[in-house]
Design a protein around this ligand. Sequence first.
Ligand code: EPZ
Length: 438
Amino acid sequence: MNQPMQIESEQPYLEIRGGQTLCGEVRISGAKNSALAIMAGSLLCADECRISNVPSLADIESMGQILTALGVNIVRNGSALEFDGRHLKQAQAPYDLVSQLRASFFVIGPLLARQGEAKIPLPGGCAIGARPVDLHVRGLRAMGAHVIIDHGMVHAQVPGNGRLKGAKIYLDYPSVGATETIMMAATLAQGETIVENAAQEPEVEDLARFCNSMGAKITGAGTNTIVITGVDRLHSTDYPIIPDRVEAATFLIAGAITGSEIIIGPIVPEHLTSAIAKLEAIGPKVIKEGSNRLRLIPGELRATDIETLPYPGFPTDMQAQFMALLTIAEGSSVVSETVFENRLRHVAELKRMGADIKVKGNVAFVKSVPFLSGAPVMATDLRASAALVIAGLAAHGTTIVQGLHHLDRGYEDLEGKFKKIGANLRRVDLKQVANVKL
Ligand code: EPZ
């Protein structure tokens, strides 16, 4: 007997009725993590510049507010953003905005390169980990910046003529953000900068291409050694952001867990090599449709192991979504999260839906169950929220996903895109009391 479940929610939530097969094509938006870094990079430009294929997301809004506070004039024109950073007014990013968005720390490199000074609140940790910035700071110090961290503020200054100097920098860990900070700062430095053990993520490569389109001289982006030769000035550009590989993987996994054949695009297939390999190890097939679309052919789901690593290893940003799939993949899977120290918080919520998962340290042991059951669950971070939506699509009954502010940070119109391919879900807004039948 379906007992009606009384939900009283002050916050919006997603109500997902599971078991629906999906069908059709999903449009993939521009990459959030590329857009955020490139927006920071727009500070390097002494003219107006334009970036296109920018997703409409809460994080993008937050970064826009921070740039505006620094004196950049920003106009959104559809999926494009137009920047005029010719008259920066201050070198301090406001605390209340920085505390909401860790990526805002990426403005420190461009501000130092442009103005010889930057005052950025130390970004706090977040749901998935402490998120230190020591590698960013060490790189900037190697380039001649004086950096003092005091009372939660990072104050960086370049003595003398205010121009950073090229340096040879080895990163203890291939940090995406630190690679991007150093690369951006080096574009206007005096001389050559070499970054060794650099991050190789596609978003790092996209940022380098954006800077080069403004006249920077960067080679090796996308490999573990990047060489930047400083120039005096960067000019305007009109640059399209790459598609979001994490969003793409999220939809492929949703197809796999619901046994649905779907198409996604546009996408750069090479950016999904590890995700496609994992999906095919689990059972589905992923085939190319033309040059920039992929078709998922569903199949029986078998257990497999996952270890997150820096690119080109398996991406940590896809770990939670894959774990949702593995909860009903026949057999036992081992999922090791090696990149962040606290990125298994979706396990407790998946267990509320009937998943059989044990966690020891940063390793999750997943034993398959025949099916998941709908339940009210709470998102704890961006990718965990996507994992819970995926689980709800496959679960028997109705799932209520709360904590949508996490989801809205990183997915553009996720429910609209799922509805378009047949998912039975809806966003229930504020102060609604809903009788939900399980
Ligand atoms: C970027 O974060 C992404 N965010 C993250 O995506 C992604 O998970 C991460 O790279 C790894 O791929 C953006 O690009 C805006 P890191 P970032 O520096 O740059 C340690 C999402 O869901 N570290 O590569 O912060 C750090 O603690 C988000 O879209 C230091 O120790 O990641 C972590 O353990 C989540 N010192 C590891 O490196 C430093 O100075 C990887 O962090 C910097 C990082």
